[in-house]
Design a protein around this ligand. Sequence first.
Ligand code: MN
Length: 237
Amino acid sequence: MLNDKPVIGISALLYEASRDYRITHSYAEVVTAVGGIPVLLPAALPPEDVEALLPGLDGLLIPGGADVDPLLYGEEPRRELGLTRRSNDDFEIHLLRAARAAHLPILCVCRGEQVLNVAFGGTLYQDLPSQVPESFRHQQTPTDRNDATHSLDLKPGSLLAEIYGCEQMAVNSFHHQAVRDPAPGFTVSARAKDGVVEAIENQAEGILGVQWHPEAMYLAHPEHSLLFRWLVSAASR
Ligand code: MN
């Protein structure tokens, strides 16, 4: 805690095309808006320095990004796989395992939810359109990122349903990968109407992953700040 505010680590991955370690600005803005202090953790950090930094963190946020290397869940790359970068995956997997071992509350968004699942032994669909042909259009680019484009059923009694206070809502959707088999210890807490997994959680340990982008929706749809309020509140305890 700093100034009585919880410190929320946010991973910042290397994207070679832009030569930046980067996150979208709205992750830092929403954490600030709900009373946390965002601290960016570049994927340049070696594992021993991640361990050394952890006692200074009160919570962890893993943001969106590119695809996850399928070798990490025992698959060869399909032709439809997008950009991957193994060093980014390895960094976030180490960070997630260390944060879980330290009992930090964890919120993971989009790619973050997928990395979370792989870090603890789950699998992904590499590409929904080719592997689940009956699925909806989940990759909505270039639709406005504020716009909800498909509905969700939230699992009654889940941490997610408790945070949002409802069992049905609509969300934005900018992904072509998705959770296939949830990791041991994690349960599915939301699905789209086509059955695609949209959220996983470990309720007892305070770990939550969502496939949509709440940080892109919270200004136009304030209920999506509830996820970040949960993270900051859990990180304060
Ligand atoms: Mn979706």
